[in-house]
Design a protein around this ligand. Structure first.
Ligand code: DAH
Length: 344
């Protein structure tokens, strides 16, 4: 019995030596037969249990010899038959330059939002997150938005339910009301997040975008505090010689209200599509919290005053990176995104 098995092993040895290897295909056939994952030599190892104990060692040596012979044959024939092809399968070329390893990075909007959070954190603002699906009270009514205000119109708001009304929040100002209702004063928070509006998508507008809301309520908070806070933010954010201006405006939840523009960093002044040829770009709305809002949320409006602001993250990012079209942020085109490789 065992003689037969020895014979079989020797026959493989002979076959290996005599195997006709003339091209890549025959080399591959040889590899599959003798070295592949289901190679024929595996059967020899299985035969070990049929060998008498005193011959096991000899058989082991023989099988090893067959295996080594197959490897040596493959190597030498490979070099001759296919030149570099076989060589490259077995032996990596260590002299080749290393391949570029792909490294992911944060989305530019996240980088800018994180930077905004960082700036306000330094001023003592804590981060609070609010719900993206909210009710009418928190998104509109408590914020002093009258029943007939056009912003409530289905044109602008994505309702997910009509009775009772539930909607995708149209502004992060909704977080203000959630925080005020908790009644822990003073309040000094910012709330970054996504908001939704039924807007036509263009270079300047999108149906989903991001805001960073700010709210400060304490005793004796004044408009001067608001102004200094926002000027500090603008200087820290853009780190450039920018001009800032506050324009009177209207929001239902603030009185007085203002909007802040910064000098257009895309065209540097003469006018472009982003600044609508004015040289100024609006980046935020702000104001002193309307006493009605404080009262709606159970805060004593005689004792407390506050300011609030809502900054557009896309606008800020467009200026910061000088990107002229907001849609680029949402297209997930790697050629665009790979230019912002900050890991912070
Ligand atoms: N919620 C306003 C908007 O989306 C922005 C805003 C204006 C937020 C004034 C405020 C504020 O907190 O006080 O247009």
């Amino acid at each position: 019995m065992s003689a037969e098995i020895f014979e079989k092993a020797n026959a493989f040895l002979a076959e290996i030596e005599a195997y006709e290897i003339s091209d890549a295909a025959s080399l591959e056939a040889f590899r599959i037969r003798f070295l592949g994952s289901k190679n024929i030599l595996k059967g020899l190892f299985a035969e070990m249990r049929n060998i008498e104990p005193e011959r096991k060692k000899d058989f082991g040596l023989l099988v090893n010899k067959v295996k080594k012979a197959a490897e040596a044959r493959f190597e030498s024939a490979g070099d001759r038959a296919t030149g570099s092809a076989a060589a490259s399968v077995d032996k990596p070329d260590l002299s080749l330059p290393a391949g570029n390893r792909f490294q992911g990075g944060r989305h530019p909007l996240s980088i800018v939002q994180n930077k905004m959070v960082d700036i306000f954190s330094r001023l003592g603002f804590a981060v609070v997150e609010g719900p993206e699906i909210d009710d009418d009270w928190h998104n509109f009514t408590a914020l002093n938005t009258p029943e007939d205000h056009p912003a409530r119109d289905m044109q602008d708001t994505f309702y997910v339910q009509l009775e009772p009304a539930m909607m995708l929040r149209t502004q992060t100002s909704s977080t203000q009301t959630h925080v005020m209702e908790k009644g822990q004063l003073p309040i000094r928070i910012i709330s970054p997040g996504r908001v939704y509006r039924n807007e036509t998508i263009s270079a300047r507008a999108h149906c989903q975008f991001h805001q960073v809301e700010g709210l400060y309520i304490a005793e004796n908070v004044s408009f001067a505090d608001l102004k200094q806070t926002l000027i500090y933010f603008a200087k820290e954010m853009f780190h450039r010689d920018i001009k800032v201006r506050l324009r009177p405006s209207f929001f239902p939840f603030t009185e007085p209200s203002a909007e802040m523009d910064i000098s257009c960093l895309i065209c540097g002044g003469p006018g472009c599509t982003v600044c609508k040829k004015t040289g100024w770009v609006e980046i935020l709305g702000c104001g002193m919290v309307d006493p009605n809002v404080l009262t709606n949320c159970g805060i004593d409006a005689e004792k407390y005053t506050g300011f609030a602001f809502g900054i557009g993250v896309e606008r800020t990012a467009m200026l910061h990176y000088q990107v002229g079209d907001l849609r680029l942020f949402f297209e997930n085109d790697m050629r665009f995104l790979s230019q912002f490789r900050s890991v912070t």
